[in-house]
Design a protein around this ligand. Sequence first.
Ligand SMILES: Cc1cc2nc3c(=O)[nH]c(=O)nc-3n(C[C@H](O)[C@H](O)[C@H](O)COP(=O)(O)O)c2cc1C
Length: 184
Amino acid sequence: MSKITVLYHSGYGHTQRMAQSVADGAGGNLLAIDADGNLPEGGWEQLAEADTIIMGSPTYMGSVSWQFKKFADASSKAWFTLAWKDKLFAGFTNSASMNGDKGSTLNYMFTLAMQHGGVWVGLGMPPANTKAADRNDLNYLGSSSGAIAQSPSDVGAADMLPGDLETARLFGARVAQTAARFKA
Ligand SMILES: Cc1cc2nc3c(=O)[nH]c(=O)nc-3n(C[C@H](O)[C@H](O)[C@H](O)COP(=O)(O)O)c2cc1C
């Protein structure tokens, strides 16, 4: 079985809830970047042992949070020796606006994964974009490069939309299925 780590930062709990859904679908372990942008004890070792790293961050000012970026810069230590080469990577984000520039956040995560010599797994799910589509349909937000969720700015993590969370769960499952095939 592949070792999957869901690495994420969350300022106010929304991305954490999304990370839990991704981990549920993937059968992976959560690894949180803290409010100071640091990993807990053993975090770097967990990443070194993982063969799949799914990255999550809220979208803040059109990109990853500074805490996530601090992690990314610190990962240059692994980059120097291409220690994460050929791991699978995937990404997810959450923000307040329907668009909110979430694509920029996923693009940044993709670039980070490519710098590490990784292999990227996208969402692999059609968008729900017909007139009859419902906000809680799978992939209503119409992403392709990763999972995205939208949480209105006055809504707490407990009230995140079930369709976005189910999309995140199925995204986790897809990454796990891809990891199993990649390993075979
Ligand atoms: C500093 C800051 C910047 C933000 N920038 C954006 C943004 O660019 N686009 C957007 O749609 N929402 C933006 N938001 C809203 C957050 O993405 C949203 O509240 C999200 O649910 C927070 O996730 P979290 O609870 O995991 O921190 C911003 C929030 C903060 C605090």
